[in-house]
Design a protein around this ligand. Structure first.
Ligand code: IPM
Ligand code: MG
Length: 354
């Protein structure tokens, strides 16, 4: 296995170190060989090369079987023009690799029910929602500009989708729903947006090929409310890029902490880009405080989706459960009486259990 590793900025380095430990432990346990190359992205790349996405990074990622990414961004680069910001590097690598389907599972480990802001009754003993977010279209990549007008300025971003872009991710979402509980909810704003109307049309047509899957349609404002009111009604949520960005952060809070959530960005073959949903958390960078679980779960997703190692996924997830069960917590998920540990110890505990 050839893996490109991108630590990125902020807590990126620390959490990626833990992920590497888990990867090494898994390679021993499941007897596979892997080699990796570390490449630059985001602020680290700006500092070293002047651009957030160096050509070499794209090249190395394209030659790899999978990419593991920490996080990018930080106040140091916030005042740069949009094209030079770390975020532009992240969007650029997603686009360059063509990973259009971003899978963001919001899984609540039963041990963390008390870390969630919701009442235990609402969570009903656990939670497992899969958000399928379109990743390389919509407002993020549509036509945008800023011009001077008389007495002021004008800026715009465009949400545009082709039926092909909607088609390919919809099929992916239906396939995922089939492997889960056969329930799919399309989240859009079809009462206002033309692009959302096209989503409904395309999804409605494809739904006829998947009659075993129950399809629901929900406006995004309602969906954001329903996620808090009754999250258990959802299984797979399919949505466009920006709605998916927002709803996945919201869903993460149901699980106790943004630090817990992994993601996989895939395109249809076995290749994938794996990254935690959280950002680079510059305020705690370099302090051994960050929660590495989202990144370690991203490794688990990589083994499952890119290398077909379902058992490794299950075992890593169980190793995490075990550590939580034993009461160990990083600061973000700690409660009174928990055994507070740092990033590194959390990594070691998970490796030991694996
Ligand atoms: C995410 C992040 C990114 C996004 C940012 C950092 C550009 O919020 O992965 O959810 O909006 O996609
Ligand atoms: Mg986001």
């Amino acid at each position: 296995m050839k893996i490109a590793i991108i630590p990125g900025d902020g807590i990126g380095k620390e959490i990626i170190e833990q992920a590497k430990k888990v990867l090494k432990a898994a390679s021993v346990k499941y007897k596979f060989d892997f080699e990796y190359e570390e490449v630059l992205l985001g602020g680290a790349a700006v500092d070293a090369t002047g651009v957030p996405l160096p050509d070499k990074t794209v090249e190395v990622c394209k030659k790899s079987d999978a990419v593991l990414l920490g996080a990018v961004g930080g106040p140091k680069w916030d005042s740069l023009p949009s094209k030079l910001r770390p975020e532009a590097g992240l969007l650029g690598i997603r686009k360059a690799l063509g990973v259009f389907a971003n899978l963001r599972p919001a899984i609540l480990f039963p041990e963390l029910i008390s870390a969630s802001n919701l009442k235990p009754e609402v969570l009903g003993g656990g939670l497992d929602i899969m958000i399928v977010r379109e990743l390389i279209g919509g407002a993020y990549f549509g036509e945008k500009n800023r011009i001077d007008i008389e007495g002021g300025k004008k800026a715009w971003d465009t949400i545009s989708y082709t039926s092909f872009e909607i088609d390919r991710i919809t099929r992916k979402a239906f396939e995922i729903a089939r492997k889960r509980n056969n329930k799919l909810t399309l989240v859009d704003k079809a009462n206002v947006l033309e692009s959302s109307k096209l989503w409904r049309e395309v999804v409605g047509n494809i739904a006829k090929e998947y009659e075993d899957v129950e399809i629901n349609y929900m406006y995004v404002d309602n969906a954001s409310m329903q996620l808090i009111r009754d999250p258990k009604q959802f299984d797979v949520i399919l949505t466009e890029n920006m709605f998916g960005d927002i709803l996945s952060d919201e869903a993460s809070m149901l699980t106790g902490s943004l630090g817990m959530l992994p993601s996989a960005s895939v395109r249809g073959d076995s290749f994938g880009l794996y990254e935690p949903v959280h950002g680079s958390a510059p305020d705690i960078a370099g302090q051994n405080k960050a929660n590495p679980i989202g990144t370690i779960m991203s490794v688990a997703m990589m083994l499952k989706y890119s290398f077909n190692m379902e058992q490794a996924y299950v075992d890593i997830k169980n190793a995490i459960s075990k550590v939580l069960e034993e009461g160990y917590r990083t600061g973000d998920i700690a409660l009174e009486g928990s055994k507070l540990v740092g990033t590194e110890e959390m990594g070691d505990l998970i490796v030991n259990n694996l």
